[in-house]
Design a protein. Structure first.
Length: 369
């Protein structure tokens, strides 16, 4: 069943290029238009939407955080992202013009289900991004966009996360398309890069031995910090979550701009800090700010592990280890930058003797509130 892999987790990490390609299949037309007829919500209604609210838990919530950047950038519709477990208890402001998007691998997560029921009671339309055909969440939603990751057996989510990101990008681009916002050459370029992204994920996977070696060398570490900005911030949160659940290590993700507001006090000699660096093209201001963050923490003794875009030599002087990822449009970088963090957590878990497919205390699908 594991097809020669040491665990389902290894197998599912390796399956990501295929999972991503399957989720894109048939959804991008030859001239770059998005084909999401399955959405069933009429275009006229999507044009009326004045707010998008994404609700999800855990890793799926991290996909939602990234969706916010894409939705707001490509559609100019305000987007909020909320943990499903918090959502309905604060009496959120919802109406018929709010599009609620749930993200769930299993389609059975109770918190997400209760959030969607609450949203529908308030008259909002609910779109489910889900990996499990016929599960409860899509059955109760107005529309569904299935991810095609295939069955995910390992408790920690990997390939489902990448396909959730793809689905979020597709929804954001589709909304932009039907609303006629930002539909210029920039977006068409992004669509083309998204259509080819499986190859980029494949290239990341082809060169993971140095990451595994690094992970083994850190098996005795107590804490690992993760920093990112913009879409790299949710990637940092996801890297930290993977490490907690698989390696049972203390890990935290921070927005790099918050360092000086507190977390930098944690930095001491030898502390491993993983930094996700945005492309030096695009939002170059953020790139330069994060490179100075790396300098600051290194000066305080941190062992810096830097995820950077191929060709970005500016990080080299301050990095103890560099993991190169292919050049992508800024918003799509999470699709390549998350992969080394999954491999890192998986290898650390193995080095610490943990059962990677079945981490202690966790269940694959959380059907209680
Ligand atoms: C983390 C993980 C969990 C799930 C969360 C939501 O690796 O697997 O955080 O992402 O429980 O589950 P779904 O997507 O099934 O709603």
């Amino acid at each position: 069943e594991k097809g020669g892999h040491a665990s389902f987790m290894h197998k599912e990490i390796a399956e990501q290029p295929r999972a991503v390609a399957d989720t894109l299949l048939g959804r991008i037309g030859a001239d770059g238009e998005l084909i999401l007829d399955e959405l069933r919500i009429p275009a006229a209604e999507l044009r009326e939407v004045d707010k998008v609210v994404v609700v999800a838990c855990g890793t799926a919530f991290h996909a939602g955080l990234i969706a916010k950047y894409a939705i707001e950038h490509w559609t100019r519709v305000p987007c909020e992202v909320e943990l499903a477990s918090e959502f309905r208890y604060r009496d959120p402001i919802l109406d018929a013009r709010t599009l609620v998007v749930t993200v769930s691998q299993s389609g059975e997560t109770m918190d997400t289900l209760m959030a969607l029921r609450h949203a529908r009671e308030q008259g909002s339309r609910v779109l489910a991004i889900c990996n499990t055909n016929g599960s409860t969440i899509p059955r109760e939603s107005d529309a569904v966009l299935y991810t095609h990751a295939g069955p995910e057996v390992a408790v920690a989510s990997t390939k489902a996360f990448l396909t959730q990101l793809v689905a979020c990008y597709l929804v954001a681009l589709y909304l932009g398309q039907v609303r006629g916002t930002k539909w210029g050459d920039e977006v068409l370029g992004v669509v083309r890069d998204l259509a080819d992204i499986a190859g980029a994920v494949e290239r990341v996977l082809a060169d993971m031995e140095p990451v595994r070696e690094l992970a083994r060398s850190l098996a005795g570490a107590g804490t690992v910090l993760f920093l990112g900005r913009h879409v790299g911030y949710p990637v940092a949160l996801e890297g930290a979550l993977k490490l907690k659940e698989l390696a049972y290590m203390h890990a935290e993700g921070f927005a790099a701009g918050e360092l000086k507001h507190g977390p930098i006090a944690l930095v001491e000699d030898g502390l491993p800090v993983v930094v996700v660096v945005p492309s030096p093209r695009g939002r170059s201001v953020l790139h330069d700010k994060i490179v100075s963050n790396i300098q600051e923490i290194r000066a305080r003794g941190a062992r810096t592990i830097v995820i950077a875009e191929e060709g970005d030599e500016t990080v080299v002087p301050y990095a103890d280890h560099v993991v190169w990822v292919p050049v992508t449009p800024t918003l799509l970088q999470p699709l390549v930058a998350t992969v080394p963090l999954q491999v890192f957590a998986c290898e650390l878990a193995v080095a610490r003797g943990n059962e990677v497919d079945q981490p202690r205390n966790l269940a694959k699908s959380v059907t209680v509130e």
